[in-house]
Ligand binder design. Structure first.
Ligand code: CTP
Ligand code: MG
Length: 187
């Protein structure tokens, strides 16, 4: 039972990082973050990274995280379901949301440098850039929290669950985005 809870925590503790990626697909559009500029003959980031997607996605991630904290306050006001004590937990939520979309933009930057156009497949990078960004940000800003929740002892199960679930989520969201006409490719 404990192990099941730990596995589940790998997903819900990362929701503030998972939501922005989906939020960006749903809310994205408009002016690209790189304002259409190129570097060495290739787009810096490409049209798939927009300001609306960036801020909308981050706002959605933080919003969902804060709702979680509000819920946790009712039943677990000390540990907030593993998000840590107030007010650090608010910081954790923000760091996960911001880190996730910065990771996603870093992924796009790398893809453009590799000569891949917007939406062209880059296995591993496409699925994990945003999770990696969120994990690195969490490790830098809240190392004790991240290690306790995702690395130390049995909590590694949370990380493994996350890594298994994320490609499935990524694919599902992109198919939805494709059907809504927000994405050119269903991957
Ligand atoms: N999106 C956005 N702004 C962001 C991130 C994403 O508007 N900062 C939107 C774009 O519509 C993008 C979609 O979300 O097409 C899906 O994101 P992603 O799969 O990461 O982008 P790709 O279109 O595959 O482009 P890239 O090759 O640059 O990853
Ligand atoms: Mg991406």
């Amino acid at each position: 039972m404990d192990l099941v809870l730990t596995a589940a925590s790998g997903l819900y503790l990362m929701l503030p990082a998972l939501v922005p990626n989906s939020g960006a697909v749903l809310l994205g559009g408009g002016t690209p973050v790189d304002f259409g500029r190129s570097w060495r003959g290739r787009r810096i980031l490409g049209d798939g990274k927009t300001w609306r997607g960036l801020f909308g996605g981050i706002a959605m991630g933080i919003g969902v995280g804060l709702l979680f904290l509000l819920g946790a306050q009712q039943t677990d006001p000390v540990n907030y379901w593993g998000f840590g004590p107030y007010p650090e937990n608010v910081g954790i939520v923000c760091v996960l949301a911001v880190g996730s979309l910065l990771g996603d933009m870093t992924g796009a930057f790398i893809k453009r440098r590799m000569g891949l156009k917007r939406g062209q497949k880059a296995p591993v990078l496409d699925q994990y850039d945003f999770v990696a960004g969120a994990c690195i940000f969490a490790l830098v800003f809240f190392p004790q929290w991240f290690i306790a929740q995702f690395i130390a002892g049995e909590s590694i199960v949370a990380l493994i669950t996350l890594l298994i679930f994320v490609p499935v989520l990524h694919r599902t969201i992109n198919i939805i985005g494709y059907r809504l006409g927000k994405k050119k490719e269903p991957w």
